[in-house]
Write a protein that binds this ligand. Structure first.
Ligand code: HEC
Ligand code: HEC
Ligand code: HEC
Ligand code: HEC
Ligand code: HEC
Length: 358
């Protein structure tokens, strides 16, 4: 069995070198225990877990990213390194460390962190009608808490409250094509969402080494695309998206909510044409360089090292400003918003990557 798995892995490596890391590999016993019992005693406390795994989602996904781990770690027991426009050992979604250890506003308080949000339980801006194309999120937020996956979660399908049932089979699925058709073939198991998966989840990152976020240019198409990474956020925070592609008078600026699914090529002649404000930040050198700490999306979800080259390649995202799992900062922002002051541009604030003349 193991030799067979290895053979398959080698074949995959030969055929598609970049894909090898995206789907689980290694001995079954690294991740599975058949009965969670050895000499009559429990092997993994709290188990047995679903799919005969050695832990729940958070259990397996806790650790310190060092570039050699083949499980992406999203929670760390010690404080991760996180410098905006600088070194980090967190991945693209950020880390749940800060929300678990003190600051409820620093991330999504998913149930298995055992630290519910003191102020919020329902998602701010929740809209249960307009964003159901990938399956409806549950509406009873008074008795349910946000979870990793399922009806009240981000990953997997939304038709079951069981995290494992919601992603069943995804870890072993062939994800060489990310078309949103199944959980395994969706960007990071976010059902229905498209994009390009960086093979180390942005542990190493630069203008040319990063995820490709699929988004839409609502201004041009007039339709809400359910495969957009912004749509994922809108499944729970719909009202923050509803008035963000375009305002009620359909004229764009002045805006009612910060735009998303909005292509900066539409306003390239204004300050936005100078993204990412290369002279201000360390990790970018030229106008148009993709700035992974203030990312933008594309209408084909591809990885671009230079943006503002053609329409549809520089779309504002919810995650241009937020980290999906969490960050050291309030509102899980990518940078410290309190360092953002008009008239005194500084590299600690990411707003200036697009608002290059404020
Ligand atoms: C690196 C971790 C890892 C390794 C190694 C691994 N698995 Fe899994 N497997 C998982 C996880 C996580 C799940 C549950 C989540 C899911 O279904 O995607 C799972 C689910 C499954 C399932 C149920 C879902 C499905 O895809 O059918 C089966 C069966 C399974 N594994 C068999 C195996 C066998 C057999 C081996 C060894 C040849 C193996 N696994 C090796 C992580 C692993
Ligand atoms: C037994 C350990 C184990 C458990 C339990 C587990 N995972 Fe994973 N997970 C892995 C490994 C190993 C990978 C890396 C391989 C891969 O990308 O599929 C991974 C990858 C992922 C990824 C990234 C996929 C990608 O495209 O790179 C997501 C998202 C994820 N897991 C979510 C979950 C969720 C949600 C649960 C709980 C329902 C869960 N995992 C449970 C081991 C585990
Ligand atoms: C499955 C539902 C769901 C999805 C999808 C979702 N969120 Fe949330 N979000 C919540 C809930 C519930 C809360 C309130 C509880 C909490 O803070 O954890 C919340 C809170 C927040 C907060 C405020 C944090 C605080 O505590 O002050 C921000 C910011 C946020 N979400 C951004 C996002 C972004 C960006 C995305 C897309 C990457 C997203 N959310 C996707 C459910 C969701
Ligand atoms: C990824 C690029 C990007 C980032 C990062 C960004 N913005 Fe924007 N912002 C835009 C675009 C594009 C517009 C719409 C411009 C237009 O319609 O002329 C906009 C519009 C606005 C508006 C409304 C202007 C109007 O005409 O109604 C305000 C206010 C604003 N942004 C503030 C901020 C603040 C504060 C931050 C940091 C927290 C920020 N933005 C970060 C791209 C960005
Ligand atoms: C331009 C940067 C930027 C973009 C883009 C952006 N946000 Fe925010 N978000 C913020 C800031 C800054 C705050 C802090 C509160 C405020 O200024 O409104 C915030 C606050 C939030 C909150 C917390 C609200 C509360 O009541 O505590 C949620 C939820 C949220 N954002 C979700 C989203 C979603 C979903 C999207 C995409 C549709 C999005 N954000 C796009 C910057 C942004």
């Amino acid at each position: 069995m193991r030799r067979f798995a290895l053979g398959v892995a080698v074949l995959m490596l030969l055929a598609l070198p970049l894909v090898a890391k995206a789907r689980v590999s290694g001995p079954c016993s690294d991740c599975h225990t058949m009965h969670n019992s050895q000499n009559g005693a429990e092997v993994f406390p709290g188990g047995p877990y679903r799919a005969l795994t050695k832990g729940d989602c958070i259990g397996c996904h806790t650790g310190v990213n060092d570039g050699s781990n083949n499980i992406p770690y999203v929670l760390s027991d010690s404080e991760p390194t996180y410098n905006f426009d600088g070194t980090k050992n967190t991945l693209a979604g950020g880390n749940f460390y800060w929300v678990k250890n003190g600051d409820d506003t620093a991330g999504h308080n998913v149930a298995s962190l055992n630290n519910t949000d003191d102020n919020l339980n329902a998602p701010p801006g929740f809209n249960s009608n307009d964003y159901q194309a990938n399956g409806a999120i549950g509406t009873d937020w008074s008795t349910n808490t946000l979870s990793c996956a399922g009806t009240y979660g981000c990953h997997g399908t939304h038709n079951t409250t069981d995290d494992f049932a919601a992603i069943y089979g995804a870890h072993h699925a062939d994800d060489s094509t990310i078309d949103g058709s199944t959980v395994g073939k969706s960007f990071r198991f976010l059902y229905g969402i498209k994009g390009t998966e960086d093979d180390d989840w942005e542990y190493t990152v630069s203008s040319s080494d990063h995820n490709g976020y699929y988004a839409s240019d609502y201004q041009t198409t007039g339709t809400i695309d359910s495969a957009s990474i912004n749509y994922l956020c809108a499944e729970c925070h719909g009202n923050f998206h509803l008035h963000s592609e375009i305002d009620d008078s359909t004229t764009g600026a002045p805006w009612l909510r910060h735009p998303t699914d909005y292509d900066m090529n539409n306003v390239k002649n204004k300050e936005y044409g100078n993204y990412p404000n290369a002279s201000l930040y360390n990790s970018v050198s030229n106008t148009g360089d993709y700035f992974p700490d203030v990312p933008v999306g594309t209408t084909d979800g591809s990885v671009k090292s230079q943006v503002l080259q053609a329409s549809g390649d520089a779309i504002v995202l919810c995650i241009s400003c937020h980290r999906a799992h969490g960050s050291p900062y309030a509102d899980m922002l990518r940078w410290d918003y309190s360092s953002c002051t008009a008239g005194s541009q500084n590299a600690n604030c990411g707003c200036f990557a697009c608002h290059t003349s404020k």
